[in-house]
Design a protein around this ligand. Structure first.
Ligand code: NAP
Ligand code: MG
Length: 405
C-alpha cells in the first residue's frame, strides 16, 4: 500500500500534557502521518493554553466534536493546588474531561486491550469486559452532614406552590452522619440509551445491576428506566435481531458472575459502581497502558482516549534527561478508534483497514517480538525479549507497520 490514505471529514485532535503529550506527537509523526493524509482540527488542551484562554479552548473543542462527530483526546492535567503553583495558573480550572462530557451529555465506556502474554488476574477472562459508567449524580453530587448530637434528621420536599412533604431519616440519640443524593429521569434514560446503542455497535450483550431489593424507589427506578427504554424504544427488537441479550441482576450477583465469566460483554454501572469496577476490572486485566476509553453522546458523537493520565512521574524523569519506558499502546488505540470510526462514517475502507493493521502490528510487537515497555515486561509471560524505552517501542511498531503496508 504505497498510496497515502486520504480523509474526507476531519477528526478533532485535542492535545494534552506531560508524557502523554510527548507520546502523542511521536505516534502521529511515526505511525500515522507517513500513511494517512491526516485531516484534523487541532485544539491544544495543554494546561498552559487552557490558562491563557480562560479555558475557552476546551469549550471550543467540545463544540468542534459536536460539529465533526469524531474526536481523539490526549490526557490532560486536572489542576489541583500544586499545579496552580507549578504552572502559575489564574485559577484551578475544571477537568477538561468533565467539561466535554457535560457538553456532550456523554457516557464513558472503558475497555481493556487483551494480549496473549499478559494474563488477566482472573484466569477465566478470555474476552474484554467493557464498563459503561453513568456519569451523573448519586454520591458525586450529594449533600452530607455530620450530626453532632441528639436531633431529628428529615428530608423536606417543597413544591413550587409551597407545599411541604417531610420524611424522617432518623431520630438521632447521639452523634452520627447523614447523606442525601439524587438523580434525574432524563440522565438515567440517556445513560440506558447510550448503553443499549453501544452494545449493539460493538455486538456484545449488556449487563446491568443495582440493589433494587434494598433501594426499592431509587435503584428500583434505575431498573425500571432501563426496562422501559429497552422495550419502548425499539432496542428489544434490535437485540433479538442481533442475537444479543439484555441481562438484569442484583449488583452482588453481578460481581460474582463477572468473576466467573469469560468476559465479552458490556457492564452498565451506576456512577459509584462504575468508579470502583472500572479500576478493579482495568487493573485486573494488566496495565493502565492497555485500557481504552470512549465517550459516546446520545447524538452519535465519539471521543476516543487512553484511560490513563499524563504519566507525570515519567515526564519529570524525561525532563531530567533520563530514559522513560512509557506504554503508548492505549494512545495508539485511541487514534485507531477515531480513524476507524471516521472510515466507517465516511465510507473509506482503506482507513478502516489501516486502523486494523496498526492495532495488529502493535499487539504483534508485544506478543510475537516480545518487545514491550516496562509496565508489561514486569507481568509478561513468557518474559519480554526486550524492555523498550518509550521511543524504541514506537519505532518497533513503526518498522512492523512498514513491513505490512
Ligand atoms: P497516570 O498518569 O495514569 O499515572 C499513574 C501511574 O500509572 C504512573 O505513574 C505509572 O506507574 C502508571 N501508568 C499510567 N499510564 C501508563 C503508561 N501509559 N505506561 C506506563 N505506566 C503507566 O495518573 P496520575 O499520575 O494519577 O495523574 C497524572 C496527571 O494526569 C494528573 O495531573 C491528572 O490530573 C491527569 N489525569 C488525566 C486524565 C485524562 O485526561 N483522561 C486521566 C487521569 C489523570 P509507575 O510510576 O509505577 O510506572
Ligand atoms: Mg476511580
Amino acid at each position: 500500500m504505497a498510496k497515502r490514505i486520504m480523509m474526507k471529514a476531519p477528526i478533532v485532535d485535542m492535545g494534552g500534557d506531560e508524557m502523554a503529550r510527548i507520546i502523542w506527537d511521536m505516534v502521529k509523526d511515526k505511525l500515522l502521518e507517513p500513511y494517512v493524509d491526516l485531516k484534523t482540527e487541532y485544539y491544544d488542551l495543554g494546561l498552559t493554553k487552557r490558562d491563557e484562554t480562560d479555558d475557552r479552548i476546551t469549550i471550543e473543542a467540545a463544540e468542534a466534536i459536536k460539529r465533526h462527530t469524531v474526536g481523539v483526546k490526549c490526557a490532560t492535567i486536572t489542576p489541583n493546588a500544586e499545579r496552580v503553583k507549578e504552572y502559575n495558573l489564574k485559577k484551578q480550572w475544571k477537568s477538561p474531561n468533565a467539561t466535554i462530557r457535560a457538553m456532550l451529555d456523554g457516557t464513558v465506556f472503558r475497555e481493556p486491550i487483551l494480549l496473549n502474554n499478559v494474563q488477566p488476574a482472573v484466569r477465566f477472562w478470555k474476552k474484554p469486559i467493557i464498563i459503561g459508567r453513568h456519569a451523573y449524580g448519586d454520591v458525586y453530587k450529594n449533600t452530607e452532614w455530620r450530626v453532632e448530637g441528639p436531633c431529628k434528621a428529615e428530608l423536606v420536599f417543597t413544591t413550587r406552590d409551597g407545599q411541604e412533604i417531610r420524611k424522617t431519616i432518623q431520630e438521632f440519640e447521639g452523634p452520627g452522619i447523614v447523606q442525601a443524593m439524587h438523580n434525574l429521569d432524563g440522565s438515567i434514560k440517556s445513560f440506558a440509551r447510550a448503553c443499549f446503542s453501544y452494545a449493539l455497535d460493538r455486538h456484545v450483550p449488556l449487563w446491568f445491576a443495582t440493589k433494587d431489593t434494598i433501594s426499592k424507589t431509587y435503584d428500583g427506578y434505575f431498573k425500571e428506566a432501563f426496562r422501559k427504554v429497552f422495550v419502548e424504544e425499539g432496542f428489544k427488537e434490535q437485540f433479538e435481531k442481533a442475537g444479543l441479550q439484555y441481562f438484569y441482576t442484583l449488583i452482588d450477583d453481578a460481581v460474582a458472575r463477572v468473576v466467573r465469566s469469560e468476559g465479552g460483554f458490556l457492564w452498565a454501572c451506576k456512577n459509584y459502581d462504575g468508579d470502583v469496577m472500572s479500576d478493579f476490572v482495568g487493573s485486573a486485566y494488566g496495565s493502565l497502558g492497555l485500557l481504552k476509553s470512549v465517550l459516546v453522546s446520545p447524538t452519535g458523537c465519539f471521543e476516543y482516549e487512553a484511560a490513563h493520565g499524563t504519566v507525570q512521574q515519567h515526564y519529570y524523569r524525561h525532563l531530567d534527561g533520563e530514559s522513560t519506558s512509557t506504554n503508548s499502546t492505549a494512545i495508539i488505540f485511541a487514534w485507531t478508534g477515531a480513524l476507524r470510526k471516521r472510515g466507517e462514517l465516511d465510507d473509506i475502507p482503506e482507513l478502516v483497514q489501516f486502523s486494523d493493521a496498526l492495532e495488529t502490528v502493535t499487539k504483534d510487537t508485544i506478543q510475537l517480538d516480545g518487545i514491550m515497555t516496562g509496565d508489561l515486561a514486569r507481568i509478561s509471560e513468557p518474559p519480554a525479549r526486550k524492555t523498550a524505552n518509550t521511543r524504541e517501542f514506537i519505532e518497533a511498531v513503526a518498522s512492523r507497520l512498514d513491513n505490512v503496508l
